[in-house]
Write a protein that binds this ligand. Structure first.
Ligand SMILES: O=C(CO)COP(=O)(O)O
Length: 262
C-alpha cells in the first residue's frame, strides 16, 4: 500500500497568533508558487493552542491545502482541570491531528506511556489523528538499546488500540538526543527504529495495520537532509521542530522529492 507522506511542523512554544497567520500564509504561498501542488505530500502545522483559531480561519477562508493540529490534549473530557484543553475543543477548531507524548512533555511534565495512551484515545475518539511520539534518550542509544526502549513506549502508548485504529494513526520516532541539537540521526538510524515500529505493529496487530500506519522521523530535520531520510522504506514523513518556523525551509522539506537524497 502506498502511504501518503506526511510533513508535520511542530512549532512548540513559538509564534503568536499574528505571527502564525503570517507563517501559514507564506508557507502556502511558497508551496503554491512552486506549482508543486504538494505532490501528494500532506502538509500539517502544529501551532500553540492560542494560534489555532486564527489558523483555522485562514485555512478555511483561503481554502488552503494545509492541515493543522494541536501539540497536546487533556486526558479528561471536561470539568475542573484548570489550564487544560479538551479533545472536543480541538476537534471543534478543525484540528485534524494531535501530537501526544512528545519527549518534551514526557520529560518536563512526567507524562507516562499510560497517560499518552489515554490522550491518544481521547484524540481518536474525537475524530482526530494522534501523532504518537516515542524515542530514546542518549544513554539508551549509547547502550545500543534504542529498539527495545522505543518499542516498549509504543506498546504502552498504543495498548488497547484496535488494528483498524492503529492503521489510521501516526507514530513519530524522535530520538531525544537528535531534538534541537543539530545532531540528526543518520537515515540508517531512522530506518532501524521506524522499521522496528512497523514490525511491532505487524506482530501485534497484523500486516494490514503495519502496512497502513505512518511512521515519521523527527530530530533536526532540514531541507538539506529530508530527502535522504525520506528515501528509507519505513520513514513516511517527518516531524519537524525548528525548521518548521521558517516558511522556505519547511516548504523545502515538503518538497523533498525534488531534492537530491544526499
Ligand atoms: O521535537 C521535534 C519535533 O517534534 C524536533 O525538533 P527539531 O526539528 O528542532 O530538532
Amino acid at each position: 500500500m502506498a502511504r501518503t507522506p506526511l510533513m508535520a511542523g511542530n512549532w512548540k512554544m513559538n509564534l503568536t497568533h499574528v505571527e502564525a497567520v503570517a507563517l501559514v500564509q507564506k508557507l502556502a504561498w511558497t508551496l503554491d508558487d512552486k506549482k508543486h501542488d504538494y505532490a501528494g505530500v500532506e502538509v500539517v502545522v502544529v501551532p500553540p493552542f492560542t494560534d489555532l483559531r486564527s489558523v483555522q480561519t485562514l485555512v478555511d477562508g483561503d481554502k488552503l491545502k494545509i492541515a493543522y493540529g494541536a501539540q497536546d490534549v487533556s486526558a479528561h473530557d471536561a470539568g475542573a482541570y484548570t489550564g487544560e484543553v479538551s479533545a472536543a475543543m480541538l476537534a471543534k477548531l478543525g484540528c485534524g491531528y494531535v501530537v501526544t507524548g512528545h519527549s518534551e512533555r514526557r520529560e518536563y511534565h512526567g507524562e507516562s506511556d499510560a497517560l499518552v495512551n489515554t490522550k491518544s484515545r481521547k484524540a481518536l475518539d474525537a475524530g482526530m489523528t494522534p501523532i504518537v511520539c516515542v524515542g530514546e534518550p542518549l544513554e539508551v542509544r549509547k547502550a545500543g538499546e534504542q529498539v527495545s526502549y522505543t518499542l516498549e513506549q509504543v506498546a504502552g502508548s498504543l495498548a488497547g488500540f484496535t488494528a483498524e485504529e492503529v492503521a489510521g494513526l501516526v507514530v513519530a520516532y524522535e530520538p531525544v538526543w537528535a531534538i534541537g541539537t543539530g545532531e540528526v540521526a543518520t537515515p540508517e538510524d531512522a530506518q532501524e527504529v521506524c522499521s522496528a515500529i512497523r514490525g511491532w505493529v505487524a506482530e501485534n496487530l497484523g500486516a494490514e495495520a503495519a502496512d497502513a500506519v505512518r511512521v515519521l522521523y523527527g530530530g533536526s530535520v532540514k531541507a538539506a537532509n529530508a530527502a535522504a531520510i525520506m528515501a528509507k522504506d519505513d520513514v513516511d514523513g517527518c516531524l519537524v521542530g525548528g525548521a518548521s518556523l521558517v516558511a522556505d525551509e519547511f516548504a523545502g522539506i515538503c518538497r523533498f522529492a525534488e531534492l537530491p537524497a544526499v
